[in-house]
Design a binder for this molecule. Structure first.
Ligand SMILES: Cc1ncc(COP(=O)(O)O)c(C=O)c1O
Length: 443
């Protein structure tokens, strides 16, 4: 498997970290970050490694929030982007360009693995915008406007996608459009009963929401395959197929948000939803699709897409030649290096290591996820399962000091998120488990 290509960082930036931090604080809209009490400045990257301004190396376990799928400055990606910028940098949808239709076919062919009728794409600049477009298409196709989303979900930062997000701290743009209801989460770790009972209860909850909070006729159901921002909550195996059937019985579309789970991250398959054998009507992608170059996409069937015929809509940058070069480069590498397979192998090793740690340390409440989309929920103790957000902050900081960058998530802020570039090796997984073990000791 591909690994570090050049150990040396590229030319460091001259500015010191305090200077950089104070410029950001003075001239950017107040932001929640930077992430660490002792913030870091990243100036270069190679595959799964990042470098600060002093050349200190970090193992990247968060991939710029599940975005750098094939690796930082992957040589094939760099070559494809350089070639494209030399040739043509921008092309609006007004003129034909050879890349966009060809890549749409390439992506739709992948989507046929989860729905054989998938044929049509629409490209955007972000996941939020792609989710917006999915709603537009679903409303147009069904002639309805009610949507159901899932509690603890995250779907983006536009007005509509914030309204579709089921976490109070992200729901900060009131008032919201009417017609959005929330179904309960299949959150087995926090359910009093077996995982199967958790799934059955979540499905009963969805049926109840359909029958009590909507007119019974809906435009669509939004669900992340595995919740990313929500803390890697992973529904049970029967959840999505049953949920999708239920939604279709009420005339709605199953809009599957694979902004984080797509591109092979969950292992074995290009799309995470394949693990559940559920058929989405619209797939939503972004993040890893472009390895950090801004791109989003929806993929749907010809019959659904046809509803948009004659409706004026437009996107200045969507499907532009640079975005298509990025997406083609990513897909080339995912296929050539079989990164979905690597994600499964390295992810299984990571999960096994973390589960061993869970046996030894009762602060490790739950270990969940698939492939290289893994969450570790930290708690006060095994019995109470009390959320431990302060411990999580200390653990993530300590791992950074040990040279391993991971994320933090979950509504209660107590889940360590491990979502690295898909070129991670077994040694990277082992190192991360060891760093987490040490961090728990330090904390
Ligand atoms: C599942 C999911 N959907 C949508 C989005 C929004 O994507 P973007 O930040 O590109 O707008 C995100 C971003 O984190 C996400 O995780």
């Amino acid at each position: 498997m591909s690994s570090k290509i050049a150990a040396a960082p590229k030319t460091p930036q001259p500015a010191s970290t305090p200077e950089v931090a104070s410029l950001r604080a003075a001239h950017l809209m107040p932001l929640p970050g930077p992430m660490y009490a002792k913030p870091i400045q990243i100036v270069s990257g190679q595959m799964q490694f990042l470098y600060d301004e002093n050349g200190k190396e970090y193992l990247d376990g968060f991939a710029g929030v599940a975005t750098v799928s094939i690796g930082h400055s992957h040589p094939h990606f760099v070559r494809m982007m350089k070639n494209q910028i030399d040739q043509l940098q921008h092309n609006p949808p007004l003129y034909l360009h050879p890349a966009v239709g060809a890549f749409a076919k390439r992506l739709a062919d992948k989507a046929k693995t989860v729905n054989p009728d998938m044929e049509v794409c629409f490209f955007t600049n972000s996941g939020s915008e792609a989710n917006e477009m999915a709603a537009f298409v679903a409303k147009t196709y069904t002639g309805r406007h009610d949507f159901i989303a899932v509690q603890r979900s995250y779907h983006g930062r536009t007005l509509l996608t914030t309204a579709l997000t089921g976490q109070h701290n992200w729901r900060n743009q009131q008032p919201y459009p009417v017609g959005i209801s929330f179904a309960p989460t299949d959150y087995a770790y926090r359910f009093e009963g077996t995982p199967e009972q958790s799934t059955a209860a979540a499905l009963r909850g969805l049926e109840a929401v359909l029958n009590t909070s909507t007119s019974g006729k809906i435009a669509g159901f939004y669900a992340e395959t595995i919740m990313g921002v929500g803390g890697l909550i992973t529904p049970g195996h029967s959840y999505f197929a049953t949920a999708a059937d239920m939604i279709r019985a009420h005339g709605g579309l199953f809009i599957c948000d694979e902004v984080q789970a797509g591109v092979g991250r969950t292992g074995e398959h290009y799309f995470g939803i394949k693990h559940w054998n559920a058929r989405p009507d619209i797939l939503v992608m972004a993040k890893g699709l472009g390895n950090g170059y801004p791109i989003g996409a929806i993929i749907t069937t010809k019959a659904i897409a046809q509803a948009m015929a004659g409706l004026l809509h437009y996107n200045t940058f969507g499907g532009g030649p640079m975005a298509m070069a990025a997406a083609n480069a990513v897909m080339d590498v995912v296929e050539k290096d079989d990164l979905a397979d690597n994600s499964k192998k390295v992810g299984d090793r990571l999960l096994a290591g973390l589960r061993k740690l869970q046996q030894k340390n009762e602060r490790v409440g739950d270990v969940r996820g698939m492939g290289l989309m893994v969450g570790v929920e930290l708690v006060k103790d095994r019995k109470s399962r009390e959320f431990s957000p302060e411990l999580t902050v200390r653990v993530v900081e300590s791992m950074k000091d040990q040279g391993v960058l991971v994320g933090k998530g979950g509504l209660e802020g107590n889940t360590v998120r491990i979502q690295p570039p898909l070129c991670w090796t077994a040694a990277d997984a082992d190192r991360t488990v060891a760093a987490l073990e040490q961090a728990l000791k330090d904390a």
